[in-house]
Design a protein around this ligand. Structure first.
Ligand SMILES: CC(C)CCC[C@@H](C)CCC[C@@H](C)CCC[C@@H](C)CCOC[C@@H](COP(=O)(O)OP(=O)(O)OC[C@H]1O[C@@H](n2ccc(N)nc2=O)[C@H](O)[C@@H]1O)OCC[C@H](C)CCC[C@H](C)CCC[C@H](C)CCCC(C)C
Ligand SMILES: O=P([O-])([O-])O[C@@H]1[C@@H](O)[C@H](O)[C@@H](O)[C@H](O)[C@@H]1O
Ligand SMILES: [Mg+2]
Ligand SMILES: [Mg+2]
Length: 188
């Protein structure tokens, strides 16, 4: 919730980046696919134990992830499939990053698994509750932007292990926060 509030502050910069792309005829879905490929590359660097490079690649991948939606909105090309593709690729990226960290022995695989379950549940809860009519359930201390930034910053300093611990704990707190919010909005 916290970082999502800053979307408006960076919108102008993101639009400046996508304008030439729009002129070149690049489509939002192409950017979405590129974003996934970059995130998978970041995951690969984690697997190789190169956490600083992985962090920089993931940071770049996050920028690309912000550009697809920006391009879609700027050119009036938002689509329901694009939204679905973006969310689906977010899940693949989230899973691949934690898998890469675990495979690369950068963190205890059991903690990575708990972080993985928590991360997926947070996003699933939002999707399922919104489908049930809760309205926008962007609630909780560790939404995707926070989780990603924790991994990126700790990896930049060579301590991604602690990032995984933090995501494991904070994502499960968010699971409880969303459970409670959904209960309040959907109980009757
Ligand atoms: C090589 C590197 C060094 C390069 C560095 C570049 C930097 C300038 C990086 C800046 C990145 C910054 C913009 C984002 C960082 C936050 C990131 C860690 C968190 C994850 O970000 C996710 C991102 C995008 O989310 P979504 O995909 O959900 O949103 P959209 O795509 O916009 O919209 C989806 C929506 O669009 C439609 N659509 C989409 C796709 C498609 N194909 N068709 C479509 O129609 C559809 O309607 C969909 O529903 O979130 C971005 C916003 C973010 C939350 C804002 C955070 C701002 C914060 C102040 C940034 C601080 C970060 C700081 C630069 C980090 C540096 C710190 C350092 C110590 C690491
Ligand atoms: O923040 P979170 O809910 O864990 O994760 C998600 C968002 O960040 C993402 O952009 C959206 O497309 C997903 O469907 C999901 O809701
Ligand atoms: Mg996006
Ligand atoms: Mg995305």
């Amino acid at each position: 919730m916290v970082l999502n509030n800053y979307r408006e502050n960076v919108r102008g910069y993101l639009e400046a980046i996508v304008r030439p792309l729009a002129r070149a005829g690049v489509t939002p879905n192409q950017i979405t696919v590129l974003g996934l490929l970059i995130s998978l590359t970041g995951a690969y660097f984690f697997y190789r134990g190169e956490q600083v490079i992985a962090a920089l690649v993931l940071l770049f991948g996050s920028l690309i992830d912000a550009l697809d939606g920006t391009l879609a909105r700027l050119t009036g090309k938002t689509s329901r499939f694009g939204a679905f593709l973006d969310s689906t690729f977010d899940r693949i990226s989230d899973g691949a990053v934690l898998f890469g960290i675990a495979l690369g022995n950068l963190a205890d695989w059991r903690v990575a698994f708990i972080a993985f379950m928590g991360s997926y549940l947070v996003s699933y809860e939002r999707c399922r509750a919104e489908l049930a009519g809760s309205g926008r359930l962007a609630v909780g201390i560790a939404e995707r932007a926070e989780r990603l930034l924790i991994i990126i910053i700790t990896a930049l300093f060579g301590y991604v292990e602690y990032g995984v611990y933090a995501v494991a704990i904070l994502s499960w707190i968010t699971v409880l926060q969303r459970l409670y919010a959904a209960y309040q909005r959907l109980r009757e």
